[in-house]
Design a protein around this ligand. Sequence first.
Ligand SMILES: [Mg+2]
Length: 97
Amino acid sequence: MEKQDVNDLCVKHFDWVERMGWHNKTPLEALALIASEVGEAVNECRGEKPTKEFGEELADICLRVFDLAQWQGINLQQEILNKIEKNEQRGTRGRRV
Ligand SMILES: [Mg+2]
């Protein structure tokens, strides 16, 4: 598989959801579905350690976020890089290191 950045994955997943005819009507609905995937991930963590399906549920969360970002015209890769940089500048915000 060729190397792909976050925005490539956003386009790839958005296009697939579009082909399937599964796009949501509102961003709020898309966010609710992201929350439902978080719930599925929670269910894979109820034992002593996460199940082998936990990674797939994390992927589902990411894919739904990628789809929403692409739909809303958000450059998610740049937003992530900006946020990492912002977090670096914030320091510990009073928390112990
Ligand atoms: Mg799932």
